[in-house]
Design a binder for this molecule. Structure first.
Ligand code: ATP
Length: 424
């Protein structure tokens, strides 16, 4: 089987560990492994340059001889240029290229064992990610199907959020029609159409928000939480020194997991999350009463955590700057706002964001190998400490219904959906 992997949507720590795990697990199971650079956009763009000219470009770029490495692993024997982010020389004499630099004209790249060496500890995604409007169109997906068939690829692993996984499922369901249309246009042969009658798809959830249903944890969420905790610890010391209040805005558009867990781990006085707005209106009274009580107990510092998607019972956004004004005016606290922004995303994955993607990557390859036309597209999740396969679209649909419940102000239902995932 020829398997291609792409990362899509917002980046998260652990995406490289996903790619590494899938490449290595695939090679060990006898598959040929490919990566797609720049998410779905790379799939749409495909390869316009022949591999041989890439070889030329790598050589002329580097002005260095291509090194030869012998044996150790059957697939390693294919590899030659060992500097991270450079190219590899394949058996047929062509060089492929991954990571490090952008190479015009080649988005779908064959990779070997050594290409992903050490990737488990790298932040972000080395193969690039993007949001592709073109892939949302039928023309874009037709081009993507053509590009995969051209390289002989018959299975796709997507690591991203709910949008990316929806895209993967749409692509798989549409695949027979796309193949038929390519055949009718004589862009592929009858034999190619027959060989590529179906596309196998599996999804892994790369998201710092931990916002996907039917999995206990998404890849990147533990690292983001760790970053937030470190930031709160740093802020705590200055808050204590000056007896200040800090309002810390964290990511989490529709999902309050990061804010809630950071609040628990960092000792917050008050937390705002989308799924559970403050129970009273106006909420300012509730917050001030709580924080005022803490201050009366001689607490020298105040930490309020607000998820970026937080709102009140009427769905009016609750902004960090406004909370600051309330604390300053009503409680007389010297209050500052810290928006953690993209520092939450970046950096090295924590141990769990290396272990989880590694185990899930192995499961993803097994799921592809065992997949038939009858099986649904799977998402690889985690349930009660076990790596599990769940129907991808069921997970996406459930995740969307949380957002809908919030929009309908049905907060109890939103919380139940978040928590009741595996209850039948
Ligand atoms: P994040 O949680 O970081 O936003 P995401 O995967 O949900 O990640 P999206 O921007 O929603 O991010 O989706 C990423 C890409 O997936 C889109 O740019 C698009 O190319 C593809 N995609 C999303 N939804 C669809 C769809 N319904 N059909 C086809 N492709 C889609």
């Amino acid at each position: 089987m020829k398997i291609a992997i792409l990362t899509s949507g917002g980046d998260s720590a652990g995406m490289n560990a996903v790619v590494r795990s899938i490449v290595k697990a695939g090679i060990l199971k006898g598959c040929e492994m490919w990566v797609v650079r720049e998410g779905y956009e790379g799939l749409v763009q495909g390869n316009t340059e022949a591999a041989t000219s890439v070889n030329d470009q790598v050589k002329s770029d580097d002005q260095q001889p291509v090194l030869q490495q012998e044996g150790v692993h059957p697939d390693k024997q294919l590899l030659h240029n060992l500097r991270f982010g450079d190219g590899e020389l394949l058996k047929d004499g062509t060089t492929e290229f991954v990571g490090g630099r952008t190479l015009k004209g080649r988005y779908i790249v064959r990779v070997g064992w050594d290409d992903v060496r050490g990737w488990f500890s790298q932040g972000g995604t080395l193969i690039g990610t993007a949001r592709s409007m073109t892939f949302k169109t039928i023309e874009g997906r037709t081009a993507a199907a053509f590009n995969l068939i051209k390289e002989g690829i018959d299975a796709l692993v997507v690591c991203g959020g709910d949008g990316s996984l929806t895209g993967a499922d749409v692509f798989r369901r549409e695949w027979p029609d796309l193949v038929r249309s390519l055949k009718d246009q004589s862009r592929i042969t009858d034999k190619q159409a027959e060989q590529h009658a179906h596309l196998k798809v599996v999804g892994l959830v790369g998201s710092i928000d931990n916002d996907m249903c039917l999995t206990d944890l998404t890849i990147g969420a533990p690292t983001a939480l760790q970053r937030i905790c470190e930031a709160i610890d740093n802020i705590n010391s200055t808050a204590y020194s000056h007896s200040r209040a800090f309002v810390i805005e964290v990511m989490g558009r529709d999902c309050g997991w990061l804010a809630l867990m950071a609040g628990v781990a960092g000792g917050a006085d008050f937390i705002f999350i989308p799924e559970r707005p403050p129970s009273a209106q106006p909420w300012e009274d509730e917050m001030c009463a709580e924080i005022g009580r803490h201050r009366k107990l001689n607490k020298r510092k105040t930490i309020v955590i607000v998820a970026e998607g937080a709102h009140d019972l009427d769905l009016n956004p609750i902004r960090a700057e406004y909370i600051k004004d309330v604390l300053t005016e009503r409680l007389g606290l010297d209050t500052r706002v810290t928006t953690l922004g993209h520092t939450q995303r970046g950096g090295r994955p924590c141990a769990l964001d290396r272990i989880l993607p590694t185990l899930q990557g192995v499961e993803a390859v097994d799921a592809l190998i065992e997949s038939t036309t009858e099986t649904p597209s799977y998402m690889i999740g985690l349930h009660e400490n076990k790596v599990v396969r769940v129907p991808l679209m069921e997970a996406v649909a459930m995740t969307r219904s949380v957002a809908t419940a919030v929009k309908e102000k049905n907060f109890d239902k939103a919380l139940e959906l978040r928590g009741a995932e595996f209850k039948e």
